[in-house]
Design a protein around this ligand. Structure first.
Ligand code: LLP
Length: 437
């Protein structure tokens, strides 16, 4: 966490000029709270580090797609890296110009390709020859030309969680270098696409510079090779993946990445794109949760809290470690506890064997570093509400998403008439009663 944005005042945890306990009181828990200042600082740190280099940042919308954060990032001059029509629409709605949007994703549908073409995005990050042909055909039908970058899979294994590594030969992403070069040659021949670059992204939460160096060097070499054949690419999209500190990791400094690419660029006329997601927003968010029960079981102390794996999936899905901090009562004697959520799965554990001051029902905890892949991956599993979100800037706090109540989902569901013989009982989105099966 960034001390200047989340800090303690008289033993209580604050976000900028706002007491977090007041926010929990006002809007209930679980509650995501983001610091606008923290996001701006992260973006500006990257900008400063890369000053003087031909670099543009396209924020990976998937990390946290909230319109308010996208607007804040747009104001900072950041573009968007998108993977669906939904993300493209969000970016545009938030004020990001289509010319600052890249569109990646392994399964772009015709409809999505059409939308991106009609808007006139910066480039398609293309995963296969078949996709290339599809984009060419649709662009032809619309009378347009699609700027494309081929995604290379550089076969680099970065030390990160297996489920978020993407740059190994066995991962589903991109094409091996030889096949990618062939695909660029194909793109150069197709009438309705223009090869503008190469794309790569080797994984997420990477805290070592070495895999970036290996992967980047491989694609710079490909650019040179293609130039030798008369295919001049103007852009390299080097993806995201820059890790943050959840516990004791030493993240790669943006300055070190900048020095690396300055060295690799060495006078070449290339524009670089980076797609940071986590590095821009992770540290800017906490999830507030209240203790519902204490439970002593088989010699363990459990704190049962009101946030679960539906609100924050990372611990259950990736065994991710997030800091858990008391919001108040920080000076009570410490004990070792497991912090568990309410969802009916043994995997719904937010933190094991944590040292925390003794807390009681009603006390508040903050789960740290959840600005990225927190709310974005929340669901309504167990028919729980989706948590509300708040954005803080100075002493202003705005609830930017109300809690989504199960009632809203039920209102969209319908019970077929044949189940009770009396006509559909809900005005929701069902497709008529369909009759008996
Ligand atoms: N570009 C591409 C093509 C990506 O696939 C991703 C993330 C990014 C950029 C942004 O990566 P970042 O800078 O945030 O590391 N849900 C997982 C992370 C999945 C990342 C998927 N792709 C988690 O909670 O750790």
């Amino acid at each position: 966490m960034i001390a200047e944005t989340f800090h303690r005042r008289d033993g209580r945890l604050w976000c900028e000029g706002v007491d977090l306990a007041d926010l929990a009181e006002r809007w209930g828990t679980p509650l995501y709270v983001y610091s606008a200042t923290a996001v701006r600082r992260r973006v500006r740190r990257f900008r400063t580090a890369f000053a003087g280099l031909p670099v543009r940042f396209c924020y990976a919308v998937k990390a946290n797609p909230h319109l308010a954060l996208l607007r804040l990032l747009a104001r900072e001059g950041v573009g968007a890296d998108t993977v669906s029509a939904g993300e493209i629409r969000r970016a545009v709605r938030a004020g990001i110009a289509p010319a600052d949007i890249v569109f990646a994703g392994v399964a772009k549908t015709d409809e999505e390709i059409r939308l991106a073409l009609e808007l006139g995005i910066l480039q398609f990050n293309v995963e296969s020859r078949e996709e290339l042909a599809r984009i060419d055909a649709i662009a032809g039908a619309l009378g347009r030309t699609a700027p494309v970058a081929l995604r290379v899979n550089p076969d680099v294994a970065a030390a990160t969680h297996d489920k978020i590594a993407t740059g190994r030969r066995t991962d589903k992403f991109g094409l091996p270098p030889e096949e990618a070069v062939d695909a660029v040659r194909l793109a150069a021949r197709l009438p309705h696409v223009t090869p503008v670059g190469i794309h790569l992204h080797i994984g997420s939460q990477i805290t070592d510079l070495a895999p970036f160096r290996t992967a980047y060097a491989r694609v710079f070499a490909l650019v040179d090779r293609l130039a030798g054949e008369g295919i001049r690419l103007r852009r390299l999209d080097l993806g995201g993946g820059f890790g943050v500190r959840y516990r004791d990791e030493e993240p790669v400094a943006p300055e070190a990445v900048a020095a690396l690419v300055a060295e690799l660029l060495a006078g070449r006329e290339l524009e670089l794109v980076f797609e940071p997601g986590r590095a821009f927003v992770a540290e800017a968010g906490v999830l507030l949760t209240r203790v519902v029960y204490r439970k002593e079981s088989a010699g363990r102390h459990l704190l049962v809290v009101d946030a679960g794996m539906n609100d924050l999936l990372r611990p259950a899905l990736y065994d991710a470690w997030h800091g858990i901090l008391p919001v108040t009562a920080a000076d009570a004697p410490e004990e070792t506890v497991d912090v568990v959520g309410p969802v009916c799965e043994s995997g719904d554990v937010l933190g094991r064997r944590r040292r925390l001051p003794q807390l009681a029902r009603g006390d508040l905890l903050a789960i740290a570093t959840v600005g990225a892949y927190g709310a974005a991956m929340a669901s309504t599993y167990n028919s729980r509400p989706r948590p509300a979100e708040v954005l803080v800037a100075g002493d202003r706090a705005v609830r930017i998403t109300p809690r989504r109540e199960p009632e809203e989902d039920m209102a969209r569901e319908c019970i077929p008439a044949w189940l009770d013989g009396a006509g559909a009982t809900s005005p929701g989105g069902g497709d008529g009663d369909g009759g008996p099966p």
